[in-house]
Design a protein around this ligand. Sequence first.
Ligand code: GDD
Length: 328
Amino acid sequence: MKRVALITGLSGQDGSYLTEFLLDRDYEVHGLVPYGRREFCDRRAELHYGDLTDGSHLTSLLTRIAPDEVYNLAAQSHVRVSFDLPVYTADVTGLGALRVLEAIRQHRESTGREPRFYQASSSEMFGNAPSPQDETTPFGPRSPYACAKVFAYWQTVNYREAYKLFAVNGILFNHESPRRGEHFVTRKITRAAARIKLGLQDRLVLGNLDARRDWGFAGDYVEAMWLMLQHEEPDDFVIATGETHSVRDFLEQVFGYLDLDYNNHVETDPRFCRPTEIDALCGDASKARRILNWEPRVSFSELARLMTEHDLEIARSDCDGVATESSQ
Ligand code: GDD
């Protein structure tokens, strides 16, 4: 019998990589996706329109699908945006996780079936705690997004302890890819740099260039999610590369790769800064390495290169489009 997985947020970066990972392992994959969002949806997955604001829909979905594993990846996941939409973020990112947990608990009561639950927790929860951060580091959330994630984290722990659900938190540090949304800093940079290289634009406006993050490759990180649900005991794990780099370092990598000097193109504007920022994140994933046998494969420079190559391809096809239009 095929194992069945339900992924909330299947159409996002992580959802799309996880879908491919699970399909390769012969899972039947279902996804909860916002209406109309199909960009990264693998045709082999079965899509269900909806979101985390509707608990009764989640309960009926569980009854219909009877999943073995539930991955809760859906969220309002942009930190800067969460300052503009704090209540919406708390509802979707915080309460949303609780709705899934409660749906699983009720599903178990009525059917006796008990899917394993993965919660996408975030390194953002650590705030300005000193590096390196690991599973024992106290949280100090510095954004509405991080507050919502801390709420979801503790609900997951509480459902594990109070109701003995197999519920785990993956505390993932930043993870990027060519599928990263264009409003996150790495993709914003690779996309703009590729367009600058081909003469499609000249400048790039960013916020705080000194912030440091531990950036890994999303494709590596979805494997860790799966490994957590295969482990015999439910537990929480930090997933990170253990290296930290500034936004400026990322600019240097990407523009350098294209033989450009970012100083000639980048401007800063407080519009892209946060009221409260996290200065530096750097994770210690020793526990995941030891217990799950997980490790990251893609390095910082490889990540910058593969994202830049991808955006160069897109920029080239934009150029071709412009050339074709002007020759008609
Ligand atoms: N988005 C953005 N846009 N960030 C900028 C910009 C800009 O123009 N300029 C500088 N930055 C800085 C931000 O201030 C932050 O310090 C850093 O670049 C990374 O920003 P993001 O790429 O937006 O990611 P994030 O670290 O805030 O959050 C991401 O990682 C978390 C895990 O730590 C998101 O994916 C979260 O959903 C995730 O939980």
